[in-house]
Ligand binder design. Structure first.
Ligand SMILES: Nc1ncnc2c1ncn2[C@@H]1O[C@H](COP(=O)(O)OP(=O)(O)OP(=O)(O)O)[C@@H](O)[C@H]1O
Length: 366
């Protein structure tokens, strides 16, 4: 799949921009703070109506303006699509595909998939479990609309249960509904675990060879799914998962009431990442961290290809500047095949000589 053209109005620092892109490599150069990341963010937004760095859609709207508009012409599944996002301050965003209003962001992902790698992705290795859960959720949501729906329901249930646990002492009648919430959370939680387990198993096949090649045959990457402790096999059937989740809830019932927190369920899941058998979070060097994060993203890209039959659009933000020439060459070699956008600070002619080049200056694409 490819983004053939992009149009932006009042998106971040772009007042208006239009561009046509190469189906291969597109190099986006420019000095700091000119709008390179904003451009990749706009493309990623068209695939999932989410930004990797904005908490609220309103952050995407240009300062002092009340709306933003992103339009992409996308070639996917041997067809042409026009995807549009209209973002208004204080209103719900509106998404369209070929002029038809979409009900959910998951419908965008059925047309366009993107994989973004940016400097913040080092947090995938370095930080707590939340960053890795986000990585899993973003990947699976793009591929599986059912997972996206289950995740949204789980989040709603989690918030409601958290409110019950917070307020039950003041309002004991709230406890009447706790068992119903627990059952539904275990049912939806089993769905999340099922999808996550399969996704991680496939990543665990795809990522280690990338890390090995990346590191010149030196580094062995290991991935392991860590979920609720009573779950003996995350790939077991739904009924087994449900029973094991209910068992965990039961054993934590008192602790939840005492601590007034939701202590049981896949909202605490993690993806353990190891390099040469040691926890990457604790022991990986800067270079190993960057390599492991990039290997995970490139593995995700290959998984998407296996699943949809098409390469997702790869968005590499500021990835090459930190790598030595051998690793740069490896990345450029590895990304052959699909459409790629790479940002860089200086106009390095060595990078992707066959690709199209763009210069970004003060919110203008030249
Ligand atoms: N909502 C907004 N309205 C207007 N400008 C914004 C908005 N959000 C961010 N900007 C500005 O957009 C500019 C470009 O940001 P961007 O992150 O795209 O830079 P960049 O070219 O990737 O730079 P770097 O190389 O430093 O990463 C920044 O100066 C930022 O302040």
């Amino acid at each position: 799949m490819t983004v053939q053209g992009l149009e932006l109005d009042f998106f971040r620092n772009y007042v208006h921009a239009e561009a046509r892109f190469s189906p291969g490599v597109n190099v986006i150069c420019g000095e700091n703070a000119q709008g390179k990341t904003n451009l990749l963010e706009a493309m990623a937004y068209l695939s999932a109506a989410k930004s990797h760095r904005a908490r609220y859609d309103r952050e995407l709207i240009q300062f002092g303006v009340d709306h933003a508009f992103v339009k992409g012409e996308v070639h996917a599944r041997e067809r042409e699509f026009t995807l549009e996002a209209r973002i208004h301050r204080g209103e719900r965003r509106q998404l369209f595909s070929n002029g038809v209003r979409l009900k959910t962001a998951a419908e965008l992902s059925q047309v366009l998939n993107t994989i973004l790698f940016c400097p913040e992705d080092l947090s995938l290795i370095r930080e707590g479990a939340a960053a890795r859960r986000r990585f899993l959720d973003d990947g699976i949501c793009q591929l599986r609309p059912k997972y996206a729906a289950a995740l949204a329901e789980y989040r709603r249930l989690y918030e409601q249960k958290t409110r019950i646990l917070r307020d039950w002492e003041e309002k004991p009648s709230l406890l009447d509904t706790l068992d119903d919430f627990n059952l539904r959370m275990a049912q939806v939680g089993a769905v999340l675990i099922h999808y996550r387990a399969h996704f991680i198993r496939r990543l665990a096949d795809l990522a280690p060879p990338i890390q090995l090649e990346f590191s010149g045959g030196r580094e062995k990457l290991g991935l392991r799914y860590e979920t609720v402790s009573t779950v003996t096999d995350p790939e077991a059937g739904m009924k087994t998962l449900l029973d094991q989740l209910l068992e965990h809830q039961q054993s934590h019932r008192r602790a939840e009431l005492d601590s007034r927190q939701c202590l049981t369920g896949p909202h605490k899941d993690d993806l353990a990442v190891e390099v040469d058998g040691q926890s990457a979070r604790q022991y990986a060097s800067q270079g190993q961290t960057r390599t492991a994060a990039l290997s995970l993203k490139l593995a995700c890209r290959e998984l998407f290809r296996e699943d949809t039959g098409e390469w997702p659009v790869l968005l590499l933000d500021d990835v090459l500047s930190e790598l030595d020439h051998r690793r740069q060459a490896f990345v450029l070699e590895r990304i052959n095949g699909g459409q790629v956008f790479i940002t860089c600070c200086e106009d390095d002619k060595q990078i992707a000589r066959d690709g199209m080049r763009f210069r970004v200056k003060n919110g203008q694409l030249l």
